[in-house]
Design a protein around this ligand. Structure first.
Ligand code: MSP
Length: 629
């Protein structure tokens, strides 16, 4: 059994849990559940970050002690994770003794080893961020994040000799290309490391801030909150020497949002190195949620409302939406319209209908039992092969935290099985006794498809997956090893399961920030006017971002006989890896145009509304170059 240790950020207790926090936690939970069904020994950690100025100030404002504020909000996070069904193994609070003990032991060891010294520091400080800003980072004399004036502070503080690790860290990142991933964040970190790395101030004088862990070698100071917080990943395992630490730490991976890359990719590895602790394996960085296309401000009320959708539409639908909608690593937009769109299309229509149709057919035509096989024809083989491919694709996607890709693959399979129902037409086969063998083959294929879906969906839709398994009488622990074709015993009972995801009447949902669908009429055209446009199927062979553009991807596409470069404005919606291999539709006879210095020979067709965009693809395979009419 391989050990697997995954952590979420620990959340500040001056805030209420909101969509952003929930996303990080759901991502980690989905990965933990995937690894559990894959047979790993998993430890999932989450918790709260409770010290520092930010909390002390919020508590003072609320007229309560920092500890009372921490107790209240830490409990609120915990309750939210319980309501969301997060399967964490441990919940750490940085005010706990077990944490303080390890922080102080590490500080003492670094002090004894000469890794920490007392120095003077003057700088522009932001109380909101709890950090000093360099001249380069300041925007109009203000904090670039909060846009509030900074305070000049000069004081004696303890410093960790981080600068001496710069060369070593660059080397480590270069030798381990997926230490920080996706790649854009690795590049960002290497970018930071092109400037000289300074030593890190790791203390705050007690006369200014009481709310922190006292330095073990000078009680006039408390520990800087980031130095304290990062250590939670180690302290929660009991620290070096603890059997749990020894078992899980070598397999550690972190999940974080893009706002906290610097402390995790720079401070933390240097701290670990200095303390003689091995580094974590991967830092998995996701993008930011926006609402209705707008960048989220520091006021988070609307993000809290977005999280409330879990009550309105259910945990599974909420998880599905956030995991499917966000390309891991990129930003994504949250709107009720997009949410209901996916719920109706993917969950109610594709999956819900399939489960209902298949179980109903087995109950009505097969007497509620998995029949005795039936002979396998290429049609049945194709379904089994599609599943084997999907299982491998999901494994590859999950290795890279590409949840959106894993789900897209599973839904490809759902599509294959839905089409198999349409073409095999079990209801027609049932009318002809001579076709009993074909009927048995069809019902067995449907039962088998649902059985493997009941396992593959566990990480993403835990409740629905369990309902599917229950309807099929599968009571044991789900294991990926059983998601193999042909394991369903003939004669096993099947119950009807309908209404897994009821359709939402999308006219009833409140007006979303995306606004109504645009239906403004454009003048009608004659068929020969349309005929001037040459539309063709093109296979995307390679894709890369254009360095200076946030919106554009440079695609190399094949039209069968020829290959060309097409520049498409889809970079905010598709990562290069998501578009490569897709068959898209392009306007092939468009005059060449230069976009950001690159010549584009054609235009990719895409639909968009309210900040969402989807590239047109084929729902059946055709060779590149095929004409679209
Ligand atoms: N306490 C620190 C983390 C210390 S980890 C050793 C902290 N806490 S936080 O409460 O501000 O949470 C930040 C994290 O919440 C982000 O890294 C991200 O995981 C998540 N998100 C907060 N807002 C977000 C969005 N709008 N979108 C996506 N996730 C974001 O920083």
């Amino acid at each position: 059994m391989t050990a697997f240790y995954l952590t979420t950020p620990i959340y500040y207790v001056n805030d209420r849990p909101h969509l952003g926090h929930a996303y990080s936690t759901i991502v980690a939970d989905a990965m933990a559940r995937y690894r559990r069904v894959a047979g790993d020994d998993v430890w999932l950690l989450t918790g709260t970050d409770e010290h520092g100025d930010k909390i002390a100030q919020a508590a003072a404002k609320a007229g309560i002690t920092p500890q009372a504020m921490a107790d209240q909000n830490s409990a609120a996070f915990r309750a939210t994770w319980q309501a969301l069904g997060i399967s964490y193994n441990d919940y750490i609070r940085t005010t706990e003794e077990r944490h303080k003990k390890v922080v102080q032991a590490i500080l003492q060891a670094l002090w004894d080893a000469g890794e920490i010294y007392l120095g003077t520091y003057g700088g522009n400080y932001c109380f909101g961020c709890e950090r000093f800003y360099t001249e380069k980072e300041i925007v109009d004399g203000k904090c670039p994040d909060h846009l509030t004036p900074l305070t000049w502070i000069e004081e004696q503080n303890y410093f960790f000799k981080m600068s001496k690790y710069q060369g070593w860290l660059i080397d480590h990142i270069e030798r381990h290309p997926d230490f920080v991933r996706p790649e854009r964040y690795r590049n960002e970190v290497l970018g930071f490391l092109r400037d000289p790395l300074t030593d890190l101030s790791i203390s705050r004088p007690r006369r200014r801030l009481e709310w922190g862990i006292p330095l073990p070698f000078d009680d006039q100071y408390v520990t800087y909150v980031w130095f304290d917080a990062l250590i939670n990943y180690v302290s929660a395992l009991g620290g070096p020497g603890d059997p749990r630490f020894e078992k899980f730490w070598p397999h550690a991976q972190h999940v974080i949002g893009k706002d906290i890359v610097k402390p995790h990719a720079i401070y933390w590895p240097c701290m670990l190195k200095a303390a003689g602790i091995s580094l974590y394996q991967h830092l998995n960085v996701h993008g930011y949620w926006t609402l209705g296309g707008h960048k989220i401000s520091k006021s988070v009320g609307n993000l809290v409302e977005a999280l409330a959708f879990k009550e309105k539409y259910g945990n599974d639908a909420f998880r599905y939406f956030v995991l499917r909608e966000m390309v891991f690593g990129l930003d994504a937009d949250f709107s009720e319209e997009a949410f209901v769109g996916r719920l109706n299309a993917d969950l109610a229509n594709d999956l819900g209908n399939l489960v209902s149709r298949a179980t109903t057919l087995i109950v009505n035509l097969g007497g509620g039992k998995v029949p005795q096989g039936g002979s396998v024809t290429p049609a049945e083989e194709a379904v089994a092969e599609a599943f084997a491919k999907v299982k491998a694709d999901v494994a590859a996607a999950m290795d890279e935290f590409a949840f959106h890709r894993a789900l897209a693959s599973i839904w490809e399979f759902v599509g294959v099985v839905n089409r198999y129902v349409d073409t095999s037409q079990p209801w027609a086969l049932a009318k002809d006794a001579a076709k009993k063998d074909r009927l048995d083959a069809a019902l067995t294929t449907l039962a088998e498809s649902l059985r493997v879906l009941g396992i593959m969906l566990v990480p993403f839709l835990p409740d629905a997956a369990e309902k599917i398994r229950t309807a099929l009488g599968q009571s044991g622990e789900p294991r990926l090893a059983d998601a193999v074709w042909g394991r369903f015993a003939a004669g096993a009972p099947v119950q009807r399961l309908s209404g897994l995801f009821p359709r939402i009447d999308d006219k009833k949902t409140s007006a979303s920030p995306a606004g109504p669908v645009e239906t403004a009429a454009t003048p009608r055209i004659k068929i020969d006017e349309f005929g001037k446009v040459e539309l063709r199927v093109a296979e995307v062979i390679a894709a890369e971002p254009l360095p200076k553009s946030k919106k554009l991807l440079k695609l190399m596409v094949s039209l069968g006989q020829e290959q060309r470069t097409v520049v498409a404005g889809i970079a905010e919606h598709y990562a290069p890896a998501d578009i490569v291999g897709k068959k898209v539709v392009i306007v092939a006879n468009l005059e060449a145009a230069k976009l950001m210095g690159v010549e584009s020979n054609g235009m990719v067709l895409a639909a968009s509304i309210g900040g969402k965009l989807a590239v047109l693809t084929l729902d059946r395979d055709l060779p590149p170059g095929a004409k679209v009419t």
